[in-house]
Design a binder for this molecule. Structure first.
Ligand SMILES: Cc1cc2nc3c(=O)[nH]c(=O)nc-3n(C[C@H](O)[C@H](O)[C@H](O)COP(=O)(O)O)c2cc1C
Length: 300
């Protein structure tokens, strides 16, 4: 019922662990894989060892999660143990990565490719660093240069830029597709936003601001995915606020071929994927839908 194919990758369901949540080391990724996800994404890999931002880096209240983790990474050169540990993982493994220049994107991709991940998830959308994130995903020309550079070294591995939710996201997406992107993922966190502690009169997050995720952003994501589906002719992946089977089906109807769950792991635990899959199957049985593929873009 939920089995699908994405760019030639066979998935038992279209539910993917989003980059940055739980995906920080091999043993956790393997546990998520065993707990029902169709595929898992590694925490974004960087060009150099990087500490990330000062604490606190994550807060959650109501339907909002805010983070300014700031892309901590051991750097691609220090990941041999994780790659070794990831051997034999039961579901397709997606590798997310970031860099500080177009050339560095190619350098990191080139180091990742020999480990044969199923997909290269190019993080050009993080709002929580001044030098490594959304600056590459907000300008169509720059985003296209990153995709071209990564495609030159990616071989047969599909390349999927993950965009920031900017006003010009459709323009950026089209430029990425023209440069050879095999799919587009939307989106990284929104904002950035700010939370102030009224007792100390100080900003709560160590970085001052943080990207917004969680159920609160879902309608914003759905609208942009709906528009993206009409704007590009490659598969679209939805990320943002999905925590239930109903949410996943909504995003798929808007046009997503796969959906990613990040903050949903905070709201519903590591087995959120199994829970969401069961809810989707139950809805599909009630509505006589035989295959999830029938629903992609069906709201158009
Ligand atoms: C704590 C945290 C860490 C994240 N780290 C990354 C990351 O390393 N790379 C990336 O592309 N996105 C990262 N993200 C963004 C998520 O992958 C996702 O795009 C965003 O949170 C929206 O989806 P959600 O509402 O399901 O969480 C992170 C998000 C959170 C909350």
């Amino acid at each position: 019922m939920l089995a699908t194919d994405f760019l030639g990758i066979h998935l038992k369901n279209p539910l993917v662990l989003a980059a940055g949540l739980l995906g920080t080391n091999a043993s956790i990724l393997k546990r998520v894989a065993a707990s029902g996800a169709g595929a898992v994404t590694m925490k974004s890999i960087g060009p150099k060892p990087r500490a990330g931002n000062p604490n606190p880096t994550i807060i959650s209240f109501g339907d909002v999660v805010m983070n300014a983790v700031g892309l901590p990474s051991p750097g691609y050169m220090n990941l041999d143990r994780e790659w070794e540990g990831l051997k034999g993982i039961k579901v397709p493994l997606f590798a997310s990565f970031y860099a500080g220049s177009v050339g560095e994107f190619a350098e990191v991709a080139e180091a990742i490719v020999p480990h044969k991940p199923a997909l290269l998830d190019v993080n050009i959308g993080c709002p929580n660093t001044k030098s490594h994130g959304a600056i590459f995903g907000k300008d169509p020309k720059v985003a296209a240069k990153v995709v071209t550079a990564v495609k030159e070294v990616s071989g047969k591995i599909p390349v999927m830029p993950k965009l920031p939710p900017s006003d010009n996201a459709l323009e950026v997406a089209k430029a990425c597709v023209d440069a050879g992107a095999d799919a587009i993922a939307g989106f990284n966190t929104w904002g950035p936003g700010m939370v102030i502690d009224i007792n100390t009169r100080k900003k709560v997050l160590g970085f001052g601001t943080g990207g917004v995720s969680g159920p609160a952003i879902r309608p914003l994501m759905v609208k942009k995915i709906y528009d993206l589906y009409e704007a590009v002719d490659v598969p679209v992946v939805a990320v943002g606020g999905i925590t239930t089977g109903r949410d996943a089906i909504e995003a798929i109807m808007a046009g997503a071929s796969m959906v990613e769950i990040g903050s949903g792991t905070i709201y519903r635990g590591m087995d959120v994927f199994a829970k969401v899959a069961a809810e989707m199957e139950s809805w599909m049985r009630e509505n006589d839908v035989k295959s999830i593929k029938e629903l992609v873009g069906s709201a158009h």
